[in-house]
Design a binder for this molecule. Sequence first.
Ligand code: ATP
Length: 582
Amino acid sequence: MDYLTLAEAYEKIEATRSRLEMADLLVELLRQVPVDEVEMVILLTQGKLAPDFKGVEMGIAEKLALKAIYEATRVNETEIQKLWLRDGDLGNVAFEAVSRKKQTSLFTEHLSVKMVFRNLEQIAGSSGAGSQDMKLKLLAKMMHDSSPVEAKYIARTLAGKLRLGIADMTLIDALAIAYASKEERDAIERAYNTCSDLARVATILAGDGLGGLENIKLEVGIPLRAMLAERLPGIPEILEKLGGKCAFEYKYDGLRIQAHIRKDKIQLFTRQLEDVTGQFPDLVEILGKSFKGKAAVLEGECVPVDINTGEMLPFQTVSKRRGRKYELTSAVTEYPVMLYLFDCLYLEGGDLTQTPYTNRRKMLKKCIKETERVKLAEVLITDDAEEAEEYFRKVIGKGGEGIMAKSLAPDSYYRAGSRGWNWIKFKRDYKSEMNDTVDLVVVGAFSGKGRRAGNYGALLMATYNPERGIFETVTKLGSGFDDAMLALLPELLDTHKTDKVHRLVDSKMQADYWFEPSVVLEVKGAEITLSPIHTCGWELVRKNSGLAIRFPRYTGKVRQDKPAEEATSTDEMLAMYEMQAK
Ligand code: ATP
């Protein structure tokens, strides 16, 4: 397939904000793709070269990219620099430069999807001596052979900023319509939740149809998408929802880890399926010593501990370990961690996700020898609300953030990739006025005044509405930032700047700056109110009103582990509003 077909489809997708229309455009595109190119098309559309857990980094030094654009087009270098400074979007620079290209050479080659994909792979995969030169040549050649639209999307993909705004769920809708039927979308989503690789699911679907998906099985080494919890405001409500009796587990506040264990290899993935094995060599070692079997997939929370007292430390301490490549040895001794295991999804060749919680817990107990550093999550099974309340108080007393209630029903399966009532979280904050902290996405900002002059003064925050595929504003956040965080804001936000409100953002407010929805911050508010200026859950409660958070405060946590689409959803806000009203 021609890369031009793909680039033109991207152009149309970018012009719409309707999830339905996006899905239709994708269907139209997918129907033209030969089976052996489906994988590449899906990956390119996601702006990737491999599924996330493989850790293939896209990205190119901007200087090199600008040089390649110059070599390909011979548009004056200062002009190119000017274009770059205008909005910092390599795609727009490439588009303009290729449009203004001086001479059209006779020796241009038609770009195919295959060719572009292979070239991008080569560029991303090369390092060391001579690699810069090779990258420059490959990119310049592609730019030379590109039309303006092609150049735009190649440059954006390479910069790791494709920004098409297609949520996974929209892509799944499109796959269902293109290769099966709307009614079969759940089966496709299940396959995706099991292998976390939409390109693989799409290829099987396009080649072998729905039946082929049965071959997608849980495998050690391939992470599955994490199961998530619902929330309720009180223990009696939780017991009622879970049939009168359930397991209450200690809710640890750390980093969720999915451990894939084989005899000769242990791999650790985060909730975002990022492979963090390299950052936790100590965890690999202690887990290796505790595990008594041959192969397993286990889930738990990695918690930092004080070396002197053995007490659990705040979650932020773990993040000091992340992203440190060079100081790993000192980090391992300075910030030691423990692992509290709470689930067993696979053991010795058997997929346990479709067996009930009690059975999975039994298997977990069987395969793990508890040590100082590896333990099973604490649990209390009861039907007595009083006893559970007391347990909750005990957890809080020890500095824990709450409890996780887990269903004991025969169908209390591990539902990968979905938020369901088999797990219900109950946190300390639920007892205060606004239930729980929320994770909101920065979509805009206002210029600072007084001490904050010259910097951002307040941020415009949004929830995500997956039904619309749109971010809806919910509050203006100005407090809770210390000087260090204020100074860090430009670094955190500026690479996401857009020149107007992002097309996936619904805002009635006029901000001074706009951002692509990307950075997620944890926020604690006092109360949820109705507001005529915020678009979150617009008119779901009352005409001409949305939901808004009063007196929001930044808690100090940047949720680097959450992509924007996993921020607090509009539905969750609505549920919290209703809970509060009760
Ligand atoms: P969510 O994961 O629901 O989107 P979140 O990331 O803000 O929300 P919390 O609301 O704090 O997280 O609660 C869920 C997280 O709690 C899990 O993802 C897991 O990392 C952690 N956790 C701690 N202890 C347990 C436990 N015993 N069982 C399950 N999860 C636990």
